[in-house]
Design a binder for this molecule. Structure first.
Ligand code: PLP
Length: 364
């Protein structure tokens, strides 16, 4: 061995990676925590209802958290570097948030989405410099996205696989950590129920794991929609369950059981009819003086069923759910009379029932 053998190795330059992490940390530092809203429903005596409002993130939905985590995960695993083309399979919201972070880091981004995705989301992706690639069915997005990433020599972000593992479920300011710290000084700091719908299943996985990790008595209920494989999979235990129609509630309900859906941390599931989801979105929008999206309606409807169950047993306590995105994205669908009629959505009976429950506590 000579002194020359001790020359230090030439390592790959990591300056891009370090700059990228700095940019992601900056985005987080400049963001405030999202509100935990507590509207008063006068029929619900002894029951507190909270909404974690994820619509106020810079990119308009809870997917801002996921996109941030997926980028960190990709960079810290050496999968995303300078100039890496990024590809995602999405029903829209995730792609909007990912396009934002791709632009922040100066990376090309392509979203593979079903043709019916709301126009507002498509415009947002393009305004953030992303490209949209449309396919006919929700089930096609995975293969097309993976193929495109291979072709481009890029990275497939793959939210449906990576959502559950990219988020630090023990805390680190994840959505569960934030909810429970905001509840700390409330009359019922440990809610009876947290209700969440499932798209990737990632948020429910984080909530369920966190509840167990913190050893809380809270129950996790996942609300599913009409056209989705999750509910059947949960009830039957068959992870291979599928659904051959595309979900009509954007952001939730999937044709297959996504790898990020973790049934073992879910206490209960409720399937909500699509018309009931949309009716609940309308009712809640009126009570909050601003529009919420369809999946928030799914969450709210399931929450009301559980609240009614608690009242029936004379129990007091708290329930928490999530405002996943704003209804402004759905002006030409869930809030459009023509679209509702064309899709056979009769909201009136669902609305009347819910209004009555919120005002009197009677659920019939
Ligand atoms: C993704 C999404 C959900 C579901 O969240 P997951 O963590 O993916 O299960 C609900 N609503 C909207 C609008 C979404 O975009």
């Amino acid at each position: 061995m000579t002194i020359d053998d001790l020359a230090l190795p030439d390592c790959p330059d990591r300056s891009w990676t370090r700059r990228a992490i700095e940019l992601l940390q900056g985005d987080r530092r400049r963001s405030a925590d999202t509100h935990l809203l507590k509207p008063v429903f006068k029929g619900l005596k002894g029951i507190s209802v909270y909404f974690k409002d994820e619509s106020t993130h810079p990119t308009g939905s809870l997917k801002h958290r996921l996109a941030h985590s997926l980028f960190l995960y990709g960079i810290c695993n050496g999968l995303i570097g300078e100039g890496t083309p990024l590809v995602e399979a999405s029903s829209g919201s995730t792609a909007v948030s990912e396009a934002y972070f791709a632009q922040l880091l100066g990376l090309p981004f392509v979203a593979v989405m079903p043709r019916g995705t709301s126009k507002v989301k498509v415009e947002a992706i393009e305004r953030f410099g992303g490209r949209c690639h449309f396919v006919d069915g929700a089930g096609e997005v995975y293969g097309v996205a993976a193929g495109l990433a291979r072709e481009l020599g890029g990275h497939y972000l793959d939210q449906f696989t990576n959502a559950e593992r990219a988020t630090d479920w023990r805390g680190n300011n994840n959505i569960a950590d934030s909810i429970f710290s905001q509840l700390q000084a409330e009359p019922h700091p440990v809610p009876d129920w947290i209700v969440m719908s499932a798209g990737t299943g990632g948020t429910s996985a984080t909530l369920g794991r966190y509840i167990r990790y913190r050893n809380l008595a809270t129950r996790l209920c996942v609300a599913d929609v009409e056209y989705s494989a999750f509910y059947e999979a949960f009830v039957s235990g068959d992870g291979g369950a599928t659904c051959d129609r595309s979900s009509r509630i954007e952001g939730v309900g999937r044709p297959r059981v996504e790898p990020s859906f973790i049934p073992g941390v879910i206490d209960h599931m409720i399937r909500v009819p699509d018309a009931a989801s949309i009716a609940a979105a309308h009712v809640l929008s009126e009570r909050l003086f601003r529009r919420v999206g369809g999946s928030t309606g799914t969450n709210f409807h399931a929450l009301c069923r559980l609240a009614a169950g608690m009242m029936r047993e004379g129990r007091e306590g708290a329930l928490v759910t999530v405002i996943c995105d704003s209804g402004d994205r759905y002006a030409s669908t869930y809030f459009d009379e023509g679209w509702l009629a064309a899709n056979g959505m009769e909201l009136a009976p669902h609305r009347a029932r819910l209004e009555r429950f919120l005002d009197t506590g009677d659920f019939v």
